[in-house]
Design a protein around this ligand. Structure first.
Ligand code: IVH
Length: 713
């Protein structure tokens, strides 16, 4: 605060002084209560300096509620000294800068760094948690690094920071307190329910919550430890700790019952070479969007105590560690308006129109808004400054309005009173609003979807044709396609003999599409291509799918309680359409799939003699299928396919995998058993290599599943 006294608010008289005290107290109160003050940091500092100057000149006028002593005087908050300074980190922003840094560190210690520890840089607030004989005694913020604020009142609201450790040690844990995405959501729900303004992002939420005392409600946060330091009376533990490699320090903390990043996909790793470190940096960067907590970089540390000791520390940051910063994925922009779009199933979904903003290498102009209740809950208004998040290929989303930037000019978001597509009434009984005409509202869209390449694959039936058919009153649902007559088509504009015959042939061919595609064509909410295949393979025929209750549906891999109930309800709704499709002669069975055992047969230990052991088993994916070469395997495809597989779309590749008994997936994880990597395979291949997942080329894979290849190819 000193050294900048030239920029202070000038206070001319007692009245101006009193007004300034009031404004500063209000801002300070808001800051401590919510983390968001009406004044930005700089404006607050100028005001506080003006007050201090006035008080110095008029000591007899000092008001009791002047904030000066409390903030700058250093007597009230923020004055618990740290035993060992809480240092910051130096930053690098590219692979080159990182290489330069490692080289200079190795020059300094005169040898290569023996091992590196690589972990996420957690985007929260640094705290020190003091444990005496295993009991959590005090929680202190980083403050200025030498002394911090006592925030022990937050003890008990922080997940991962136990009141008692597994061993009665006297140590200090250092780490970051943050809100996970879920905690952030819950915090904002609680705040708005209590009439407060939502937090703009998880970090602000954690900052505000950590400082807030005496709130009418509590919100939960999460602690991640990244270091352990000895306290003056740590005894033998101190000596032992000083010698531990960094990686083992974290394992030790986890063993005491403290939360670390150890159980996440970005878990700290000890690596030997700078190349390995660089690969892991890229991997963590690519995993960022999938994490439920915010990271703003990767921290790389020399793992061994000897290397750290020889490197030493500067006054601001250690020389043995560096933060590799990732680009910002959050930006503030303006909410210009909201569009309401009607989806294929009649769902009316809001979409935010934003003032275009550059985030993480791309321009963001729209963001999803889920549903009207969500808009209300988050108290969004047109004209608001909003915090927008985007990472990787995730659809951008609005975190929250930046409430303290409101001018009063913001307008409420208008909800549609009738369906924006067809003008019918809106069914608002569920969170997601829906046109009462349901999929009829988007008849053209739903018929086009059903005829699409990954569903019935009816060539020559593009959207323009569908519009013609719908306008002519020939098609009221996609089953009507199968009743179309030659003369009816010929009577349409731009329909000659050849195109008519071609279209009729294509429609007829669709009768032979397997059940999985017919089911997918129904457009049941929450069942896309791969889920449709799983359902079709599990139940093997349409009658069994229709007879299934929610409990039976849940045996299909990936179907939870909620989805099962929704699918059952929707199939009831679709019954007339399905009846029409059956009557039109469409395929209602899934080739190669064996039905699951009838109820009551499950426990009969193979008594039925038809189903193999896998039928009705836990995976469900290959539930009713005969054993194939990919039985029990989870397969991911990446890169361009060649040879026998060259012409297959990704969807057809997934169909092939599932016909051969496997489960197809789009992302590589620990559960992946095989990666089929074609040309130009990128990050998925790197990840599979890292996880030790088996990798095969298109030729090798084609040979493995040769018996299941479609005839057409
Ligand atoms: S080590 C002496 N590890 O980033 C070593 N810090 O920008 C100091 N941070 O003050 C810190 N994740 O609050 C370390 N895995 C991590 C971290 C981490 C987040 C924070 C920490 C530090 C700040 C520096």
């Amino acid at each position: 605060m000193e050294g900048m006294t030239n920029s202070a608010v000038a206070l001319a008289d007692t009245a101006a002084y009193a007004a300034a005290v009031e404004e500063a107290s209000r801002a300070a109160a808001a800051y401590y209560a919510t983390g968001e003050s009406a004044l930005d940091d700089d404006a607050y500092d100028r005001l506080a300096r003006g007050i201090a100057a006035y008080e110095e000149a008029h000591p007899q006028e000092v008001l009791a509620d002047s904030p000066t002593g409390k903030v700058a005087g250093g007597t009230a908050v923020g004055d618990v000294p740290h035993t060992v300074p809480m240092l910051s980190l130096d930053n690098v922003f590219s692979a080159e800068q990182f290489a330069t840094w490692t080289a200079s560190l190795e020059r300094r210690i005169g040898r290569p760094v023996a091992a590196w520890s690589v972990e996420p840089k957690l985007d929260g607030l640094a705290v020190a948690a003091r444990y005496r004989e295993g009991r959590l005694e005090r929680l202190i913020t980083r403050g200025d690094g030498t002394a911090g604020e006592d925030v022990s009142h937050a003890i008990g609201t922080v997940v991962g920071l136990p009141a008692e450790l597994a061993e009665p040690v006297t140590i200090e844990l250092r780490g970051e307190i943050l809100m996970t995405a879920e905690q952030f959501e819950r915090a904002n729900t609680a705040r708005t329910a209590h009439g407060g303004a939502p937090f703009a992002n998880a970090r602000n939420g954690a900052a505000g919550t950590l400082r807030a005392k005496d709130r009418a409600y509590t919100v939960e946060m999460t602690f991640f430890a990244y270091g352990v330091v000895a306290l003056p009376d740590s005894g033998e533990t101190a000596t032992a700790l000083a010698e531990l490699p960094h990686g083992e320090t974290l394992t030790y903390a986890a063993g005491l019952g403290v939360h670390t990043a150890g159980e996440t996909v970005v878990a700290p790793r000890t690596l030997a070479t700078v190349e390995e470190v660089q690969a892991r940096i890229e991997e963590i960067a690519s995993l960022r969007a999938s994490l439920s907590f915010g990271i703003d970089g990767i921290v790389i540390k020399a793992d061994l105590a000897a290397d750290r000791r020889d490197a030493g520390s500067g006054s601001r940051a250690p020389r043995w560690a560096i933060a590799y910063k990732l680009p910002a994925v959050e930006k503030v922009t303006r909410l210009l308006g909201v569009e309401w779009n009607v989806g294929r199933t009649g769902i009316i979904a809001p979409r935010a129109v934003l003032e275009p903003v550059e985030i993480d290498g791309s321009t963001v102009g729209y963001a999803t808004l889920h549903n009207p209740a969500d808009i209300t809950r988050r108290d969004l208004r047109v004209g608001d400054h909003v915090m927008v998040y985007k990472a990787g290929d995730i659809i951008p989303r609005i975190e929250a309005p930046v409430a303290h930037l409101r001018t009063g000019e913001e307008q409420p978001i208008a909800f549609p009173e009738s369906c924006p597509q067809c003008g019918s009434e809106i069914d608002t009984s569920e969170q997601r609003w829906r046109c009462v005409r349901g999929r009829d509202c988007r008849l053209v869209a739903s018929v086009s979807y059903a005829a699409g390449r990954d569903q019935l694959d009816i060539e020559g039936l593009g959207a323009t044709r569908v519009v013609q058919l719908v306008d002519a009153g020939l098609v009221k649902d996609f089953a009507d396609l199968f009743a179309l007559e030659r003369e009816q088509l010929l009577a349409l504009e731009r329909m000659g003999e050849t195109s008519t015959d071609n279209l009729l042939t294509a429609i007829d061919a669709a009768r032979r599409q397997p059940l999985s595609r017919v089911f997918c064509a129904l457009g049941v909410r929450g069942t896309g291509r791969s889920m449709s295949r799983r359902i079709a393979r599990y139940f093997a025929d349409m009658d069994r799918i229709r007879a299934a209750d929610a409990e039976a549906l849940q045996r299909v891999d990936g179907i939870g309680k909620e989805k099962a109930a929704a699918v059952v309800a929707e199939l009831v709704e679709l019954a007339p359409l399905i009846d029409k499709l059956v009557a039109a002669g469409l395929t209602m069975t899934e080739p190669g799939a064996t039905p699951p055992p009838e109820p009551g047969e499950e426990g009969a230990e193979g008594a039925d003699g038809t189903a193999d052991g896998a039928a009705g088993g836990e995976t469900g994916s290959a539930g009713g299928a005969d054993a194939g070469p990919l039985d029990g395997m989870t397969v991911v495809v990446t890169g361009a396919m060649t040879g026998a597989l060259e012409k297959l779309s990704r969807n057809q590749m997934n169909e092939l995998i599932e016909r051969a008994g496997g489960r197809s997936s789009s992302s590589v994880s620990k559960r992946t058993t095989l990666l089929v990597a074609g040309e130009k395979a990128g990050s998925k291949r790197a990840k599979a290599e890292d996880l030790g997942v088996r990798i095969s080329g298109p030729e090798e894979f084609a040979a493995l599943v040769a018996a299941f290849l479609p005839d057409a190819v």
